[in-house]
Design a protein around this ligand. Structure first.
Ligand code: NAD
Ligand code: ZN
Ligand code: ZN
Length: 341
């Protein structure tokens, strides 16, 4: 008889995941079987379940790439984790390690990469597999439910902020104060940046203030471009967009200072009209940024371990995943929802 475990499964693209049973997988070479303690719920999981992006996962699959759990079995070969260690799965589940991107410190761009909860089953279940060469090592004593969001939201914005090239004392706008954005505010403060937060909900702006934003803008009521221009006397040096609406991407160009750098983290489906004149005359740099490397992840986790950042987390159960997705669609979540198993 094969052993079974419970998971939330995308059987077809659409609003409802099915809570069902799957066969317990056996870890292959370089793999570990992990018993989940917690998993964050990222907006990417919702995009995955709805088949939002041009490159789609293949149902049936289990989403989730902010999973924290205990290693219970190891596959063949050498591993630098052992049974009993607390590890995590991440979006960059594995990469080839040999291509140009991998060799030059851009493993996140590897064409052979596997993505946790997308091309490989993820953390919305009692068990998951990780590749022990790429999994996260969770700092000792971390609260699993609280540290989980660092594994995607945290590392993504930590890397994204670095990619804005903003220096201590300069302004950075965090546009979108959801799961990613509320942690971005904290990293930016910890890095010595002056933080301006933009969202379309007052609750999110309140959270941004609590985490250290010095100026907040409700994009539903105030046009963020002129407001940032006036507050910063010329625009923000860096802009990090984590929002889930294309309007925010357009507004980033208005909020940036001359010579500034805009980084896109958010991934709403669609596009936005980009004003060529403004981009040229302000000599803007606009870049995309995708999660982070293993090194970025280690650094991002270290900020947490040293108490420099603390995700705002609400606990839920695996069975709640559909209602969490419903709240996420309507922007009703404060910080991150995190499943406790
Ligand atoms: P979330 O749902 O927790 O937060 C989204 C936030 O955007 C909410 O606070 C919402 O109020 C806000 N928002 C919506 N419209 C807005 C607007 N017009 N202006 C300003 N704010 C607006 O989502 P999340 O988990 O933080 O993820 C955000 C996005 O980042 C998703 O598209 C997700 O797929 C993407 N993501 C990208 C990466 C990456 O590596 N680039 C990694 C993780 C997530
Ligand atoms: Zn994510
Ligand atoms: Zn590679």
């Amino acid at each position: 008889m094969t052993e079974k475990f419970t998971a939330a499964i995308v059987e077809k693209f659409g609003p409802e995941l099915v809570i069902g049973e799957l066969e317990l997988p056996k870890p292959g070479p370089h793999q570990a079987l992990v018993k989940l303690l917690a998993s964050g719920i990222c907006h990417t999981d919702l995009h995955a379940a709805e088949g939002d992006w041009p490159v789609k996962p293949e149902p049936p699959f289990v989403p989730g790439h902010e999973g924290v759990g205990e290693v219970v079995a190891l596959g063949e070969g050498e591993h630098d984790v052992k049974v009993g260690d607390i590890v995590g799965n991440v979006w960059l589940w594995s990469a080839c390690g040999r291509c140009e991107h991998c060799r030059t410190g851009w493993e996140t761009l590897c064409n052979q990469a596997e993505y946790g909860g997308y091309t490989v089953d993820g953390s919305f279940g009692q068990y998951m597999l990780v590749d022990t060469r790429y999994c996260a090592r969770i700092p000792e004593g971390a609260n699993p439910v609280e540290v989980a969001p660092i594994l995607c939201a945290g590392v993504t914005v930590y890397k994204g902020l670095k990619m804005t090239d903003t220096r201590p004392g300069q302004f950075v706008v965090v546009s979108g104060v959801g799961g990613l954005g509320h942690i971005a505010v904290q990293y930016a403060v910890a890095m010595g940046m002056r933080v301006i937060a933009v969202d379309i909900s007052e609750d999110k702006l309140e959270l941004a203030r609590k985490h250290g934003a010095e100026y907040v803008i409700n994009g539903r009521e105030t046009d963020p471009g002129p407001a940032v221009e006036a507050y910063t006397k010329g625009g923000s040096h860096g802009v990090l967009v984590t929002a889930v609406h294309p309007n925010a991407f357009r507004q980033a160009i208005d909020m940036a200072r001359k010579g500034g750098t805009i980084v896109f983290n958010g991934l709403p489906p669609g596009d936005f009209p980009a004003p060529i004149f403004d981009i040229v005359f302000k000599a803007l740099t606009i870049r995309g940024s995708l999660v982070g490397t293993r090194q970025d992840l280690e650094e991002a986790l270290d900020f947490y371990a040293r108490g420099m950042i603390k995700p705002t987390v609400t606990e839920c159960k695996l069975d709640d995943v559909n209602s969490v997705f419903e709240d996420m669609r309507h922007g009703r979540i404060d910080g991150r929802m995190s499943i406790r198993f």
